[in-house]
Design a protein around this ligand. Structure first.
Ligand code: SAM
Length: 251
């Protein structure tokens, strides 16, 4: 999604993305992997909802985000410890960060190669980068197969893919070692083909890409294919997992 789109959805972002329950769940997964004696840099902090939960668990969190609208809410939560900044050009000294996190950032707009290059630059040797991906595991039901195919066609380079199979080799090129999944929490939700088709119209799942021209045609085509699936009003139960991917900066 563009910065303007994040600015626009900022007032409704928290409630539309699982609210405090999601944020507290993410914070509980991240906290044991972080040193409370050292500051945490939250890259793509958004409204600060996850950072605030981490703060309540005893961590000092500094947040950066490109959307002033999202950051305005983060400022209410974190005070002066937030700043507008591009994850692809961090205003941070090389080798100066002990620990950084990004939750639901790498699918959301920035080029994953540019972000990992910057994280590799700013982390001190031995420092940690924790990522909670949005699209880490892809459901393999009939909806998931169609949406996955669409994502591949919209983003053949995988610049907005955030699963470990995409991130690990990129990270390695920037001095970061992928250590594996450090925490995992099963999730389950239901969606019908019709609801997914409607989400696509609103750009929910394709929002990371500028949808126009050929991309619009591909989205329209996928929407038609979703509506042509058997029983398009019957929700499919989709099981997945929230995971924390752990990267360390090589020494
Ligand atoms: C899906 S939201 C996640 C926000 C927050 N981490 C959370 O879990 O609630 C993605 C965030 O990434 C930010 N973002 C997108 N591209 C960015 C970039 N290049 N640099 C910094 N932040 C960016 C957006 O403004 C948005 O706040």
């Amino acid at each position: 999604m563009s910065v303007a789109e994040f600015d626009e959805i900022a007032p409704k972002y928290d409630e539309s993305r699982g609210g405090t329950e999601r944020a507290a769940g993410f914070a509980r997964m991240l906290a044991p992997l972080l040193d409370p004696a050292r500051p945490v840099l939250d890259i793509g902090v958004g409204t600060g909802i996850v950072a605030a939960e981490l703060t309540s668990l005893g961590h000092t969190v500094h947040g950066l985000d490109l959307s002033p609208g999202m950051l305005a809410r983060a400022k209410d939560r974190l005070g002066a410890r937030v700043a507008v900044a591009d994850a692809c050009r961090l205003p941070v000294q090389s080798g100066s960060v002990d620990q950084a996190v990004s939750t639901w950032l790498l699918h959301a707009g920035p080029d994953n190669r540019a972000v990992l290059a910057e994280v590799g630059r700013v982390l001190r040797p031995g420092g940690r980068y924790l990522v909670i991906p949005a699209g880490g595991t892809r459901p393999t039901d009939d909806i998931g197969l169609l949406v996955g195919e669409l994502e591949n066609r919209l983003d053949p380079e995988g610049s907005r893919r955030d699963g470990p199979e995409w991130l690990a080799p990129i990270a390695a090129a920037h001095g970061l070692v992928y250590e594996g999944t450090a925490s995992e929490r099963p999730t389950s939700f239901q969606v019908s083909p019709r609801a997914m088709a409607a989400s696509l119209s609103r750009g929910l799942f394709t929002g990371a890409w500028a949808v126009g021209g050929e991309a619009t045609r591909l989205v329209d085509e996928t929407r038609s294919r979703l509506l042509a699936l058997p029983n398009p009003d019957v929700p499919r139960v989709r099981r997945g997992a929230d995971v924390v991917l752990l990267f360390t900066r090589g020494t």
